[in-house]
Design a protein around this ligand. Structure first.
Ligand code: CTP
Ligand code: K
Ligand code: MG
Length: 181
């Protein structure tokens, strides 16, 4: 099944970009990146973007990429399918880009007058994709264009919001997150 294969590859390839947000929620706290600074009458990023959360997020993404690379099964006899191993720069692009996208989204939220934790539909679900994919293409072009075919990108754009909404709802119910988005 070509479509199933595309979904598996998309999910696997995006895991190092998915996990940083969740790790940041678990580890977040402490000094905000903007150091409390404002621009005009609004915070630059807000208290929801911390050094600790960001460092934990990037670390979690890199560690996961390493684990997946070690665990990656060879080519499947049945389907000819092969999930990607992660080049170090690809892992950095995915994990770092995810955190950078989230930070840029908070910057946009503050500029548009949204308080910390406010919802910004669309941006909330795709901010990390919009930055992690181009950054990975820049840092590890050969790896990126080999793995992220148009079909994989299309699956990522559809799959990511669904996964994002689901995991954030679970994190909210578990009391780990203040809002269900
Ligand atoms: N977090 C963090 N550092 C980050 C990202 C997230 O410490 N770089 C932690 C914060 O405790 C944050 C929580 O994870 O409150 C939830 O993340 P997110 O929903 O992205 O932040 P919000 O609090 O909603 O803030 P914003 O409105 O700026 O998105
Ligand atoms: K966010
Ligand atoms: Mg939020």
């Amino acid at each position: 099944m070509a479509i199933l294969e595309t979904i598996v590859i998309a999910f696997w390839a995006m895991l190092p970009a998915y996990v940083p947000n969740n790790a940041a929620v678990l580890a977040g706290g402490g000094r905000p990146i903007d150091g409390g600074r404002t621009w005009g009458d609004k915070r630059m990023l807000g208290d929801g973007k911390t050094w600790r959360g960001t460092a934990a997020g990037i670390t979690a993404g890199l560690v996961l990429a390493g684990l997946l690379t070690v665990l990656a099964p060879g080519v499947s006899d049945a389907t000819g399918m092969k999930v990607p191993e992660f080049a170090p720069l690809a892992a950095l692009g995915l994990a770092g880009g995810a955190m950078l996208g989230d930070i840029l989204a908070s910057f946009l939220k503050r500029r548009t007058g949204r308080q910390r934790g406010a919802m910004f539909p669309g941006l909330d679900q795709l901010d990390f994709v919009v930055v992690s994919l181009p950054l990975t293409a820049l840092l590890a072009p050969e790896w990126f264009f080999n793995v992220f075919t148009w079909a994989v990108v299309a699956v990522v754009v559809i799959l990511t919001p669904i996964l994002h909404v689901t995991t954030n709802m679970i994190a909210y119910k578990l009391g780990l997150k203040n809002e269900p988005w």
